[in-house]
Design a protein around this ligand. Structure first.
Ligand SMILES: [Zn+2]
Length: 340
């Protein structure tokens, strides 16, 4: 989807949500769906426009505060592990239930999101990429975001999908459009990704923007692990698309992340999150591997709610949007632009 189509889709979605919410339909649908729990997915809670974090991954701090306040007042927030037990036992699911999850181990979880969750005493599950923690590295999307946002160059030309394309990088908005377009194009090809990242670094003149830590280190994770309302799950070792790699490679990714998590945290690692989480990001072999390695469940980024018939190794999630008004409430009943 190009940026114009994206803006049009967001506007149409906003109008539909406005109508659904203020016509009372939202309340009716909520009542009808109250027995369908939702797993919410967050990545980064930061200042809107933070130059180091991939923009689509950010929920602003004020929005997060308001969302958490709403969830703690109106919803039955339980841990993902408790929800998984209910699903695995095929028992009735409590109404209005929500489980909160955070992917990728952003440093701002430790500095910003966790204090807010703690104030409300809400449980939360973090899915961590063990190689990033071991090497103190950011994910490639965030590295690319930082390089483009900090650049003083006004133009960049890259070869993508066999065609040459030039981007103007004169405003924050143009930079953001370029970043989102590149990340969407590079998500499925690690070869292209490496080539493009090297080319971006070669072409752009870095500005003197102060550097900032994007990913947590083990020392922060260990501090968080002292709180028993926080749970930790595997998210692979290097964050590849597990649907694309060989069975041996997938096994190594899952096994290595589980071993490292359990060694460091001294807790059993029973939950997994498929990197990228889309339908093509896992397959029956990957699910069989997870079961054989002792996992109880795995989450995706396929949008939807949870029922007692959900497959515990294909749990759907709703991506939290950077909005705390009727759009957020509508996303909890399934009205979202998220693609699976
Ligand atoms: Zn991830």
């Amino acid at each position: 989807m190009n940026s114009l189509m994206k803006r049009v889709a967001i506007s149409i979605h906003g109008v539909i949500c406005f109508f659904v919410y203020f016509s009372g339909l939202h309340h009716l649908i909520s009542v009808l769906k109250r027995r369908k729990p939702v797993i919410l997915m967050y990545h980064s809670v930061n200042e809107r426009g933070c130059p180091y974090v991939y923009p689509d991954n950010i929920v602003s701090v004020e929005t997060f505060e308001r969302q958490i306040d709403y969830l703690s007042r109106e919803k039955n927030v339980i841990s993902l592990l408790d929800l998984v037990e209910l699903v695995r036992n095929r028992v009735a699911l409590p109404p209005n239930t929500v489980a909160i999850t955070f992917d990728d181990g952003y440093y701002d979880f430790y500095s910003t999101a966790y204090p807010i969750l703690k104030r409300h005493m809400l449980p939360c599950t973090l899915f961590l990429v063990t190689n990033l923690l071991c090497r103190d590295e950011a994910r490639w999307e965030d590295t690319l975001t930082g390089m483009i946002n900090s650049a003083t160059s006004s133009v960049m030309t890259l070869r993508l999908d066999g065609r040459e394309k030039t981007w103007a990088l004169t405003t924050y908005r143009k930079k953001r459009e370029c970043i989102v377009e590149l990340v969407e194009a590079l998500q499925n090809s690690s070869d292209d990704r490496l080539r493009v990242l090297m080319e971006v670094e070669r072409q752009l003149t870095p500005g003197n923007m102060k550097s900032m830590r994007v990913t947590m280190q083990w020392k922060e994770v260990l501090k968080l692990a002292e709180d028993h309302k926080l749970y930790f799950g595997g998210h692979s070792h290097t964050h590849p698309n597990l649907g694309d790699v060989s069975t041996d490679q997938a096994k190594w990714e899952i096994e290595t992340s589980k071993e490292k998590m359990e060694q460091k945290l001294k807790r059993e690692c029973r939950l997994f999150c498929y990197p990228f989480g889309k339908k093509r990001s896992f397959n029956p072999h990957v699910k069989t591997l997870l079961k054989a390695l002792g996992f109880s469940a795995a989450v995706t980024t396929i949008p939807g709610s949870i029922t007692r018939d959900s497959d515990p190794f294909e749990l759907r999630r709703i991506a939290a949007i950077d909005d705390s008004s009727y759009r957020f409430k509508c996303s909890l009943i399934g009205l979202s632009l998220q693609r699976g």
